[in-house]
Design a protein around this ligand. Structure first.
Ligand code: F0G
Length: 424
């Protein structure tokens, strides 16, 4: 693998358009960015990355949201619904109970459609428009489909989403539906949906907007840029570690790229790069398996299961980008049980931060790594929470207090209040 934290700025190839080109991470082949539709390398089928002839410094960033970072993106502006600029919450009680020097929560559920996917779509749909395609498609565990539907319709394009039947949280299906996507419920898991949609894309039936699409990851880089800017402003330094849930490993790859570019631009020293720490559910943990076995490749898990349906994924397509990201930053990966995920979801909710189960995996993983002594008590940590509580109302209701039936009179209400409240 050719990725490295200390890569030199490459020479601009003839294929570049306005200083932007695509490069294969395996064989280094370069391609024009917006002439033909392509998701992987023509020569070796490796994953592609977007490259720039000039990398910005912090002084170049201006404005709000994802497009504050336009100089780190392929365009000046995109198809926007005001994504990005999400909060980096302080959580003093959790910080104390986890036992780290600093703990902050980057809540991506505060994006327009309630997940980080909006950051990728604002860029990806703009590229689709540049390429002149008319139908957009994705496979999804739910959040990508909600974001694609919203950004696609905003750009006045047709959207098609393939979902694993019965395994997508209610809020997400409702979003894709109301934003006007054509929803196909597939008799198979997410990985099977992605196989089909990749096939459709390669036959020219639709433009693929899963995280295999390198332009989407450009938008998602801005999570890392926001974290380091906000953390630096508040604490005068960078976080030591970023803990995040892992499904297809798109975010892990995107954060790694954000930090590599900051290193290349001279803004961050190699030893200042936050340790990327991935968390998966025990029932869907192929990346954890690869990290634990020090393997170069990730083994596809055919049978996956977890309450955190957003990360119910057995074949993380971005693994070739994400594995070096975890290793070269000195990070690690860990699996957590569904019970640990729900406990962490309740703990976050107890600080007023409402997240869906997959998001809570980050805190669950941090707690476990802290208990195992992998994370030290003097670390400054950011946990990424990727989606909003309302995405999965059933999971939230199951984890929270039950409503209590009471009569419609004050005495009856007071009588109920005097009795033991029900919890869970
Ligand atoms: N958290 C949430 C809430 C997600 O929806 C996803 C992925 C992840 C984490 C994992 O992120 O793939 O970058 O490692 N959801 C995709 C979807 C697969 O279809 O919505 P990753």
């Amino acid at each position: 693998m050719s990725l490295s934290l200390s890569v030199e700025q490459p020479e601009t190839p003839a294929e570049a358009t306005d200083g932007v080109w695509l490069e294969c991470i395996e064989c280094g082949e370069t391609f024009a960015p917006f002439e033909d539709v392509r998701y992987t390398c023509d020569e070796c089928d490796g994953l592609l990355e977007v490259r720039y002839d000039e990398l910005p410094t912090f002084d170049d960033f201006d404005g709000e949201g994802v497009w504050r970072y336009a100089d780190a993106l392929p365009f000046e502006s995109g198809v926007s619904i005001q994504e990005g600029s999400t909060p980096l919450y302080e959580v003093p009680r959790l910080e104390e109970s986890v036992g780290v020097e600093t703990l902050r929560i980057k809540h991506e559920g505060m994006n327009p459609t309630g997940s980080f996917k909006d950051r990728g779509m604002t860029v990806g749909v703009a590229v689709a428009r540049e390429l002149g395609v008319d139908r957009l498609a994705c496979a999804s565990t739910g959040n990508t489909s909600a974001a694609l539907a919203a950004y696609g319709t905003r750009a006045d394009m047709e959207t098609l989403v393939l979902l694993p039947a019965g395994k997508v949280a209610a809020g997400k299906v409702a979003q894709a539906s109301l934003h006007g996507a054509r929803i196909l419920e597939v008799d198979g898991n997410f990985d099977a949906c992605l196989d089909v949609v990749q096939d459709l894309a390669s036959r020219g039936e639709a433009y693929l907007l899963n995280s295999l699409n390198p332009f989407r990851l450009e938008g998602q880089k801005t999570i890392g840029l926001e974290i380091v800017e906000a953390f630096q402003a508040d604490h005068g330094t960078w976080p030591d570690r970023i803990v995040l849930p892992v499904g297809n490993a798109g975010n892990t790859s995107a954060l790694y790229k954000a930090f590599r570019e900051l290193v290349q631009a001279g803004e961050l020293a190699v030893d200042e790069v936050p340790k990327l720490t991935g968390v998966q559910a025990e029932g869907a943990a192929p990346m954890v398996e690869a990290i634990e076995n020090d393997a170069d490749e990730v083994r596809r898990w055919e049978d996956v299961e977890t309450r955190a349906t957003a990360i119910r994924i057995g074949n993380p397509v971005n693994a070739p980008k994400a594995l070096p990201g975890i290793r070269e930053t000195g990070g690690t990966a860990i699996a957590v049980s569904d019970e640990e995920i729900t406990d962490a979801q309740r703990a976050l909710a107890g600080e007023g931060i409402g997240v869906e189960p997959a998001s809570a995996a980050s805190l669950a993983g941090l707690r476990k790594l802290r208990a195992e002594g992998v994370v030290d008590d003097d670390e400054r940590v950011v946990c990424l929470t990727t989606g909003h509580l309302l995405k999965d109302p059933d999971a939230a209701a199951a984890a929270g207090n039950d409503p209590e039936p009471v009569p419609a009179d004050t005495d009856g209400v007071l009588e109920s209040l005097a009795s033991e409240g029900s919890s869970e």
